[in-house]
Design a binder for this molecule. Structure first.
Ligand code: FCB
Length: 459
C-alpha cells in the first residue's frame, strides 16, 4: 500500500465529551444533569457506575493537554457541560465553571492546540428535564440562551462552534428507547424532542452568527449508510425508512430547511407533527459553515417477516417492522461491525445528496478490550488497523471529490461510555481508573505519527 498524504491544512484531532471525562460532578457549583440522575438509577449502566469521577479531567486537565500535545493533536473537540455553566439551565454563567473552561482553553492555546467546542453533548440540566425536557418547546429557547451566553464569554478563543452532538441519540435513545438519559420510552415525545433539539440548534446558530459572523458554526450528526439486505421491495422500503429516521430526519431540515415528506408519513401513527410551527423549519435550516459527521457503522436491514424475527431497534420510530441483518464482518468490543467502506459511502452520500458545507469527521474510533502488557505498554494492533483502514477510506473520499477537512478520533482517553460504563475502552490513551494513571497506547503513538506528518504510511 502507498503512503497517503492528506491535503495541506487537514485537521487531525481527538474528541471527548464533558460527562464522559470531567468527573467533579458535585464541585465548582456544577448542577445536576440528566446523566447524573439516570446513572444513579439501578440497572441503567452495565457496570453500575456513574460519571461522578470519570477521568477526573476537571482536576487533571493540564496533564491531559500535555498528552494531547504529545499525540500531535492539532484540534481538540470537547464539550461544555451545560450544568457546569448554568447549574439550573437558565440565568447567568457560573463563575467557577467559566473559570475551569478558561483555564482549559488557555492551556490548549498555549500548547498550540485549536479548541473546537460542542455546546451540547447530552448532559441536559436536570431542572430542564423536570420542566419537560427536549419534548418541551421551551427547552429549545433555553438552549439558545445558554449558547448565546457561553459564546459571548468564549468566542474570543474558539473558532469552531458545534451546537449539538448526535441529536438522533438525544431524541431516540433518550426518549424512545430509554437506553440513555433521561430514560423515557415515549416515541411521540422523542419526535418532539428531535424537533426541539434542531430548533435549539437553529436559534443558537442564528444568535451566535449575529454576534460573530467571522467564526464557524455547525452541528454533528451520527450518520449511517443504510442498505437493503435484498432487492425485494419490502427490504428496499425497510432501508428507506431507517435512512429516513436516522439520516434524513436531521439532514433535510438542517441542510434544506424542510422535513422529508416520506418520513413525516412513516411516523404519522406516532405523532401528528403539531409541534412544528410556522417558520421553524426555516430556523432549523440556518446556513452552516461545517457539517460534523460521526461514523461508526453501516445498517443492513430487511423487513420483519414474523413475530419470531428479532425486534426492531427501539430508536427506529416509523421503522418498527425492520430488522438489522448481521453481515459477518469482524466486530469491535461494542459488537459494531468494522466497515471502513461505510465511511466512504456515507461521506459520498452526504456530499452528493445535499448542498453540503465542508465536512469534518467529528468522531470515529473503536473499543477493544485493551490491557496493559507485562512490559507496561498497551498493545492495541486492532485499533491501529481500524484507524488505518478508516483513514484510508477518508482519503479515498477526498480523492472522489468530498470536501473533507479534518478527522477527530473518538477518543482521547478511555472514559465513561454511557450505558456501558467503564467497560468499553475507546481511547488512544489507556486510563487505569483505580489510580487515574494515563498510558499512551500503541495506537496513540501511531496516531501521533499520522497527525504530525499528515500522512498514513504504508503497512
Ligand atoms: C457516540 C457518542 C460518543 C461516544 C461514541 C462511542 O455516539 O457521541 O460520546 O460514546 O459514540
Amino acid at each position: 500500500m502507498n503512503a497517503l498524504v492528506f491535503p495541506e491544512g487537514f485537521a487531525w484531532g481527538t474528541a471527548t465529551a464533558s460527562y464522559q471525562i470531567e468527573g467533579a460532578a458535585g464541585e465548582g457549583g456544577r448542577g445536576v444533569s440528566i446523566w447524573d440522575t439516570f446513572a444513579d438509577r439501578p440497572g441503567t449502566i452495565a457496570d453500575g457506575s456513574t460519571g461522578a469521577v470519570a477521568d477526573d479531567h476537571y482536576h487533571r486537565y493540564a496533564e491531559d493537554v500535555e498528552l494531547m500535545a504529545a499525540l500531535g493533536v492539532g484540534t481538540y473537540r470537547f464539550s461544555f457541560a451545560w450544568p457546569r455553566l448554568q447549574s439550573g439551565g437558565a440565568g447567568g454563567l457560573n463563575p467557577a465553571g467559566v473559570d475551569f473552561y478558561d483555564r482549559l482553553l488557555d492551556r490548549l492555546l498555549d500548547r498550540g492546540i485549536k479548541p473546537w467546542v460542542t455546546l451540547y453533548h447530552w448532559d441536559l440540566p436536570q431542572a430542564l428535564e423536570d420542566a419537560g425536557g427536549w419534548p418541551h418547546r421551551d427547552t429549545a429557547h433555553r438552549f439558545a440562551d445558554y449558547a448565546t451566553a457561553v459564546h459571548a464569554r468564549f468566542a474570543d478563543r474558539i473558532p469552531d462552534w458545534t451546537t449539538l452532538n448526535e441529536p438522533w441519540c438525544s431524541a431516540f435513545r433518550g426518549y424512545a428507547g430509554g437506553q440513555h438519559a433521561p430514560g423515557r420510552r415515549e416515541p411521540a415525545a422523542a419526535m418532539a424532542a428531535a424537533h426541539h433539539l434542531m430548533l435549539g440548534h437553529g436559534l443558537a446558530v442564528r444568535a451566535m452568527r449575529a454576534a460573530r459572523p467571522d467564526l464557524r458554526y455547525g452541528v454533528t450528526l451520527n450518520l449511517y449508510p443504510v442498505d437493503a439486505a435484498t432487492p425485494a421491495a419490502a427490504d428496499v422500503d425497510a432501508a428507506r425508512r431507517v435512512d429516513g429516521i436516522c439520516n434524513r430526519l436531521f439532514l433535510d431540515p438542517i441542510l434544506r430547511g424542510a422535513y422529508p415528506p416520506d418520513v413525516r408519513d412513516d411516523v404519522a401513527a406516532v405523532t401528528d407533527w403539531s409541534f412544528v410551527r410556522d417558520g421553524d423549519e426555516q430556523t432549523i435550516g440556518a446556513p452552516l459553515d461545517v457539517l460534523g459527521v460521526n461514523y461508526y457503522a453501516r445498517h443492513v436491514v430487511r423487513a420483519r417477516q414474523s413475530d419470531d424475527d428479532p425486534p426492531a431497534d427501539t430508536g427506529w420510530v416509523g421503522a418498527q417492522r425492520v430488522v438489522k441483518v448481521p453481515t459477518g464482518r469482524p466486530t469491535t468490543h461494542m459488537g459494531w461491525e468494522i466497515d471502513p467502506d461505510g465511511l466512504f459511502d456515507i461521506l459520498r452520500y452526504v456530499s452528493e445528496r445535499y448542498d453540503c458545507p465542508p465536512i469534518y469527521i467529528t468522531e470515529n474510533g473503536a473499543a477493544f478490550d485493551d490491557r496493559a502488557g507485562p512490559d507496561g505498554h498497551v498493545h492495541d494492533p486492532e485499533r491501529i488497523d481500524y484507524l488505518d483502514r478508516h483513514f484510508r477510506a477518508a482519503h479515498r473520499a477526498i480523492e472522489a471529490g468530498v470536501d473533507l477537512r479534518g478527522y477527530f478520533v473518538w477518543t482521547l482517553m478511555d472514559n465513561f461510555e454511557w450505558a456501558f460504563g467503564y467497560r468499553k475502552r475507546f481511547g488512544l490513551v489507556h486510563v487505569d481508573y483505580a489510580t487515574q494513571r494515563r498510558t499512551v497506547k500503541d495506537s496513540g503513538h501511531w496516531f501521533a505519527r499520522v497527525a504530525t506528518s499528515n500522512t498514513v504510511e504504508p503497512r
